[in-house]
Ligand binder design. Structure first.
Ligand SMILES: Nc1nc2c(ncn2[C@@H]2O[C@H](COP(=O)(O)OP(=O)(O)OP(=O)(O)O)[C@@H](O)[C@H]2O)c(=O)[nH]1
Ligand SMILES: [Mg+2]
Length: 285
């Protein structure tokens, strides 16, 4: 189905199929006790108060870590207020806008130290629908890394993006697959779920990308280390409120960064963290 919405195009080729059918249900007890949803924020005060309850209501095992980079609109202070009233919400403050990739790395390190078993990455702007969270928790029982995919099985499940943005994203994926060989439909998406072991094994200190390519680099490193990657379909909706932080420099970084990944891999330089190194904190007792 193709439709038009205002000045923007609506691209939905089909209804997103229920993802659960793609994954077997184990009779074994679920591995997951506590999952940390990491939400990086920069000027998201219109979104955060609605997002938090929407996430927490999906599953009692979910907790949230907001990583705020000194948002001038006061998102950080608002996150503190929410955390003071809700013990499942935590906040990290960083001094200034240091980028999405390093925000996630800080969140992963925080959660690894505290023994969370599963980590979800999620934008604050409702492009990533909290309704998909149970689908990720289900799928991570069978995979080490689960990607929320906007381009699975020939369907494009993106709503309300300008055509130029959609083409950029779509062809960025074609390009990333071509250069790196990463066998996934959506390598640049930011709605993802990791098992703890993946983050503890990747040498996070060596992750270099910060923008778009951060998503590619994390999945590529996981794939090269032999972790099992699964994809579930998600519906991606452009933000209603607040402003995009997407920039030309983020696109430029992605263009050359994938080549660097390919060469690092070819020369055996995508190492995992050494056992016993500080990158692998022991799981919580
Ligand atoms: N902590 C932190 N969060 C950031 C930074 N840049 C972006 N974010 C957050 O990361 C998430 C994704 O950013 P967006 O601006 O939506 O960027 P995008 O999703 O790539 O682009 P759009 O599709 O245009 O929205 C949002 O929750 C932002 O608030 C940053 O430098 N630091
Ligand atoms: Mg966004």
């Amino acid at each position: 189905m193709w439709g038009v919405s205002g000045a923007r195009m609506l691209y939905i080729c089909a209804k997103v199929p229920p993802p659960t059918s793609r994954f077997k249900h184990n009779s074994a007890p679920p591995l997951l006790q506590r999952a940390l949803v990491i939400v990086p924020t920069y000027n998201e005060r219109e979104n955060l108060p609605r997002l938090v309850p929407s996430i927490l209501s999906r599953d009692a095992r979910l907790e949230i870590l907001v990583v705020d980079d000194g948002s001038p609109d006061g998102t950080g202070a608002m996150a503190d207020e929410i955390a003071a009233a809700e013990r499942r919400v935590h906040v990290i403050h960083r001094a200034g806008k240091l980028g999405l990739g390093t925000a996630y790395l800080a969140g992963f390190a925080w959660g690894l130290e505290r023994g969370y078993e599963v980590f979800v990455q999620m934008d604050a702007d409702f492009s990533h629908d909290p309704a998909h969270l149970p689908h990720f928790l289900n799928a991570i029982e069978d995979y080490d890394l689960v990607l929320g995919s906007r381009y699975l099985e020939g369907r494009v499940t993106v709503v309300n993006w300008p055509i130029a943005r959609l083409l950029l994203s779509y062809y960025a994926n074609v390009y990333a697959r071509w250069v790196t060989g990463l066998p996934v439909a959506d390598a640049t998406g930011g709605f993802k779920c990791f098992r703890r072991e993946v983050l503890a094994t990747l040498d996070l200190a060596r992750v270099e990308s910060n923008g778009y390519s951060f998503q590619i680099e994390m999945s590529f490193r996981a794939w090269k280390l032999g972790f099992r990657i699964g994809e579930i379909p998600i519906m991606f909706v452009d933000r209603d409120l607040g402003e995009s932080k997407m920039s030309k420099s983020i696109v430029r970084e992605a263009i050359w960064r994938v080549w660097r990944l390919r060469f690092l891999s070819a020369f055996g330089r995508l190492r995992s963290a050494r056992p016993g190194s500080p990158a692998i904190p022991p799981p919580a007792a």
